[in-house]
Design a protein around this ligand. Structure first.
Ligand SMILES: Cc1cc2nc3c(=O)[nH]c(=O)nc-3n(C[C@H](O)[C@H](O)[C@H](O)COP(=O)(O)OP(=O)(O)OC[C@H]3O[C@@H](n4cnc5c(N)ncnc54)[C@H](O)[C@@H]3O)c2cc1C
Length: 416
């Protein structure tokens, strides 16, 4: 692997990038694999990497119908945090956050992870009371989190409208200082390069169109590039979870909705934290390029349209300009959407399925970017051992039939 130095960058720039090394190998699709992962987003790539690295299963293909990271992994607002409410969720997301903290070193790739803190705002005394309980529940798990009063919030976010007459009057909030943002494409590319160097074949422009299943077990997949035989198959296809699970005759308790994000024109650094407003349905951070990155609640109706509807855009921006009046003078540069797969308890599904050898990673909804390292690691373990990794035992597909829901709707941070 080439060493990246300032001199190397200059040399490549001056030579028109002619000898710029490929980040991952161009692989030819083989007719047989020990394991196949459908979906070249962060979860699929991380799963392939951990299969190879932790379990020695290197004859693996990742099949992506478009381009790597072209799904939600390249469309999100890149927030990582572990301040969920229930112990099983906190444990899982804290594990993932720790992996984010060392990912740059572990994968030798700069993912630009900045831990500026994630602050959630409360807009009523009642919400503040819930936040205190929530913060205590998190602290009991040994995860960093502190409750902040109105004055402290005002100091931390000077541009916030703190007027007592503000439409959204701030009562206080709670902060997870280790939360932050990173570069989402870099996370996908880091896992792709690491997996590829361990022997994983990454195949783009290869859509899975059907599954070969007989006697209750997976035998292979049909793709636009031909049929592949395998006895271990996983799907990590976010917005299209119900479609691919449907190929195995499995009906998922999932609704697919569009979730939007948008960015402003770039401005000087003025916003240190990710500031979330769960009741008002908007959140804001500032990227390294200076753009304000804005997100909100999901569109209100199920859809596979990856664009988002205007009323949702307007309501998110109304909230932003009410809360940060100075931002009303900024131009909006881009807006986009991704299809998120939402479960009834807003918790993920990482699980075996009724079909032997078929595994599923789905239901990440509005919050699966932060879960990429732990999601990949636990799915790889589940595939290798045909047994759920202890961290994802609570997140089985069977929990919906058994009524063991892990309701994290409040901790999702935005409305769905
Ligand atoms: C606007 C927005 C903001 C978000 N913000 C955050 C955030 O701040 N923090 C956070 O934690 N999460 C966030 N999320 C959620 C997060 O992006 C997702 O949960 C996560 O990226 C899911 O990753 P994935 O690898 O499972 O799916 P994806 O990245 O969507 O990858 C799935 C891949 O599967 C491919 N695929 C689908 N069907 C097939 C097929 N039949 N054959 C082959 N390939 C197929 C798709 O092309 C796609 O590339 C946000 C999402 C959106 C849309």
């Amino acid at each position: 692997m080439e060493k990246y130095s300032a001199f190397g960058l200059l040399r490549h720039a001056l030579s028109g990038h002619r000898r710029w090394p490929q980040v991952w190998r161009s692989a030819e699709l083989k007719p047989n694999y020990d394991a196949v992962v459908i979906g070249g987003g962060g979860h699929g790539l991380a799963t392939a990497y951990y299969l190879a690295k932790e379990h020695g299963i290197t004859n693996v293909a990742v099949l992506e119908k478009g381009w790597l990271g072209g799904g939600n992994t390249g469309r999100n607002t890149a927030v990582s945090r572990s301040n969920y409410f229930y112990p099983e969720s906190t444990r899982f997301f804290e594990h993932s956050l720790k992996r984010f903290e060392t990912m740059g070193r572990d994968l030798n790739y700069n993912i630009m992870f900045t831990q500026g803190g994630v602050l959630s705002l409360a807009f009523s005394r009642h919400e503040m009371e819930i936040f205190r309980r929530w913060a205590t529940a998190i602290q009991v798990q040994g995860v960093d989190c502190r409750v902040m009063g109105r004055e402290e919030v005002s100091e931390a976010v000077p541009l916030l409208n703190m007027s007592p007459h503000a439409r959204y009057r701030v009562y206080g909030g709670f902060m997870q200082q280790r939360g932050g943002i990173s570069r989402h494409d870099a996370v996908a590319w880091a896992y792709a390069r690491a997996a590829s160097s361990l022997g994983v074949d990454i195949i783009q422009n290869c859509e899975v169109t059907g599954l070969n299943i007989s006697d209750g077990a997976v035998r292979g997949v049909q793709t636009t590039l031909g049929t592949i035989r395998t006895s271990k198959l996983a799907m990590a296809v976010a917005g299209h979870s119900s479609v691919v699970a449907g190929m195995a005759g499995i009906k998922l308790p999932i609704v697919s909705q569009c979730l939007q994000a948008m960015v402003s024109e770039p401005i000087k650094p003025c916003f240190d934290h990710v500031v979330m407003s769960p009741q008002v349905h908007c959140y804001v951070s500032q990227s390294d390029r200076g753009e304000l990155v804005i997100g909100g609640g999901a569109d209100t109706h199920p859809s596979y349209g990856q664009r988002g509807n205007l009323p949702t855009t307007e309501s998110v921006l109304n909230a932003v300009t009410e809360m940060y009046p100075a931002f009303s003078r900024l131009k909006l540069m881009r807006q986009w959407g991704g299809i998120v797969d939402i479960t009834p308890d807003a918790s993920p599904i990482v699980s075996k399925t009724p079909v032997n050898g078929f595994y599923i990673s789905a239901g990440w909804g509005t919050g699966g970017y932060k879960a990429i390292p732990a999601g990949g690691e636990t799915l790889a373990y589940t595939m290798a051992h045909d047994r759920a990794h202890p961290l994802v035992e609570p997140f089985s597909l069977a929990r919906f039939a058994q009524g063991r829901l892990v309701d994290e709707s409040a901790a999702a941070g935005v409305a769905h």
